[in-house]
Ligand binder design. Structure first.
Ligand code: ADP
Ligand code: MG
Length: 594
């Protein structure tokens, strides 16, 4: 059932991902930049090795002949300054160059994931919290940055530096001193990795508790009104307080762990340094080494200490970023439920006759929703669907728009199975005003214009007028530039519905699908809009799902849906004569009104 994604085949390994963006086949420029960046790291480290060597030279000269003027001292100090500047300069130049590669990778990956998320089915998005998906996306693309930062900034330079320092010490002072420094590094590294591993539990715990705190606060604030309706501020505070307490505990453990890590690292380095210097001290006293040598080794230690100090952090960050990239890649690998076949054509739709042939559908196998539905909406006709809440009316609409594929039977438009045409061509044809539409938190103009981003101002005005919005907008100080609030919550349900209708009108579809589109309007406004809609959609094929039966009286055919089956069909008059379900519903609604 799950076909491959319409975007190019996805490869789900992190190494492949990195290779794609760091060593792209089609961009020589990027590859040259990466190569040159690595070169700059080497260059910087090689200069860094020379810094203490020149320093040693100056110290030696000065300690041997403190009162004698010597150009050698000045030259050594000048060289010391120069190598220092170069070491820093090369590293910054690398950042300068590499920024482009790094941010390009972040951008491309984000785009790719976003595109994929848009291709995934409605089912995928309903099953997941939108927040967690966007977080995965955000974390995943940031993880690339983190990974690059810690691999290229920390680990690679550290190894280069380590090799250079040990090599130089070996060359200058032989095996014993090299072994001493190397063993300090090894002990330090093993200790760091072990403690970091032990600590990772606390770190994860802390981050989870952090998310939980955040989640509780956001949930509570999102449901601000509900909290007030039930006077549950105390309960909310208690829930938030619990989460905060858990976070506090986790954070304290994390801090303690960090103190243990840093303390141990400091101890190892200090002991190592003192041991090494004592050893060198005795050699100086024996006349085998100079004060300059002592200074040199001291500086090398300091130089190594800084990156070593970041080792635990880098290790953890790299591990975490690999995990987050994997998470994002898993998201990228989520199968696309509804996809265009390789030989799907555009829907021609000269004829917009819509036919359901023995359609059955279930969201989940264990609960059938629609059962053996057959009907035809001839082109330019209007068919209404009525039925009690939960009978499957909106589901039927979703099938027409192909948010889901039918489980059995088929839906055709102009004789073509909607599964065999491209989704884009199908959806272009159909204008939906959904039951629970959501607006973007932008202006009314933006929301209406969304129906056709290229629409002119005049067209937008026409749509607004047709949806009976003009008088409402006239009352607004900011007119059509008024913001509608998050999810459109700053305007009333009826106003929202009219905006949704206006934007669908602007799309100028060939098939209209209204799903209780006027349910929140008063009868008078509803009547006005209905008249306008009738005028506009007269020539179009229209499917009207309605709760209020007065709106469907003039439909060419009315289908009565009950528990997923069509139980009655016919015109208003015919159905009334049948004295069945429809007649009962009509009587009930009629009674209520009088
Ligand atoms: N995404 C979904 N997953 C599972 N069940 C669903 C989903 N959407 C709707 N349903 C169920 O399908 C049935 C029909 O829903 P719907 O078509 O919205 O009814 P109506 O629009 O007639 O009120 C309901 O019982 C509802 O609970
Ligand atoms: Mg519905």
């Amino acid at each position: 059932m799950h076909k491959a994604s319409p975007i190019s085949p996805l490869d789900l390994s992190v190494s492949k991902l990195l290779r794609t963006y760091l060593w792209p086949r089609n961009s020589l420029g990027i590859r040259a930049t990466v190569f040159f960046s690595l070169f700059l790291i080497f260059a910087s480290k090689i200069c860094g090795i020379w810094v203490p060597l020149f320093y040693r030279q100056a110290v030696n000269e000065l300690s041997l002949h403190p009162t004698q003027f010597s150009y050698l001292v000045l030259v050594a100090l000048a060289a010391y300054g120069l190598t220092r500047v170069l070491a820093i300069g090369f590293l910054e130049a690398k950042d300068f160059l590499f920024a482009r590669v790094e941010q390009r990778a972040v951008r491309l990956v984000s785009l790719r994931v976003f595109e994929h998320l848009n291709h995934l089915s409605l089912r995928f998005h309903l099953d997941r919290q939108t927040g967690s998906v966007t977080r995965s996306l955000e974390k995943g693309s940031r993880a690339i940055e983190t990974f690059l930062k810690f691999s290229t900034f920390t680990i690679i330079p550290l190894f280069v530096e380590l090799a250079l320092v040990l090599g130089t010490v070996m060359y200058l002072y032989g095996g014993l001193l090299t072994l001493m420094i190397a063993s300090v590094v090894v002990i330090y590294t093993v200790y760091t990795l072990k403690v970091t591993q032990w600590r990772s539990v606390f770190v994860r715990e802390k981050s989870q508790q952090d998310i939980r705190c955040n989640h509780r606060a956001v949930e509570s604030l999102l449901n601000y009104e509900t909290v007030k309706y039930f006077g549950n501020e105390k309960l909310e505070l208690k829930r938030f307080g619990e989460a905060q307490t858990a976070y506090e505990r986790a954070a304290v453990k994390d801090k303690k762990g960090l103190a243990i890590l840093n303390g141990g690292q400091g101890l190892i380095v200090s002991l190592g340094l003192v041991g090494t210097l004592c050893f060198m001290g005795t050699k100086i006293m024996e006349g085998q080494m100079t004060i300059g040598d002592l200074v040199l080794v001291n500086v090398y230690f300091a130089q190594l200490y800084q990156p070593l100090n970041m080792l635990g952090w880098a290790y953890r960050e790299i591990k975490r970023s690999l995990m987050e990239m994997q998470e994002m890649l898993t998201l990228l690998g989520a199968p696309v439920e509804i996809s265009d076949g390789s030989n799907s054509k555009s829907l021609r739709a000269k004829d917009t006759t819509l036919v359901f042939q023995n359609v059955s559908f279930a969201y989940n196998e264990d609960r059938p929703i629609l059962k053996d539905i057959s009907f035809e909406v001839p082109a330019h006709h209007k068919v209404a669907i009525v039925g009690s809440s939960g009978s499957g009316k909106s589901t039927l609409a979703k099938l027409i728009f192909r948010f889901y594929d039918v489980t059995e039977g088929q839906i055709t438009i102009g004789g073509e199975n909607i599964r065999d045409v491209t989704q884009a061509s199908l959806r272009k044809l159909i204008g939906v005003v959904p039951q629970d539409m959501v607006l973007f938190n932008e202006s009314i103009a933006y929301n209406v214009g969304y129906g056709d981003p290229r629409a002119s101002k005049k067209e937008i005005e026409w749509a607004i007028k047709s949806a009976n919005l003009s008088s409402f907008i006239k009352q607004l100080p900011k007119g059509i530039e008024t913001l509608v609030g998050e999810r459109g919550l700053k305007i009333s349900g009826g106003e929202k519905q009219r905006i949704a209708i206006a934007r669908t009108l602007l799309k100028r579809p060939k098939i209209f699908l209204f799903d209780e589109a006027t349910s929140s309007l008063d009868s008078k406004t509803e009547k006005n809009i209905q008249d306008n809609l009738n005028k506009i959609s007269k020539k179009q094929t229209t499917i009207l799902i309605a709760h209020r039966l007065s709106t469907v009286v003039d439909a060419d055919q009315i289908l009565v849906l009950d528990q997923g089956r069509i139980v009655e069909r016919g015109t208003h008059e015919a159905l009334l004569k049948q004295k069945g379900l429809y007649a009962q519903m009509w009587a009930r609604q009629h009674k209520k009104k009088t």
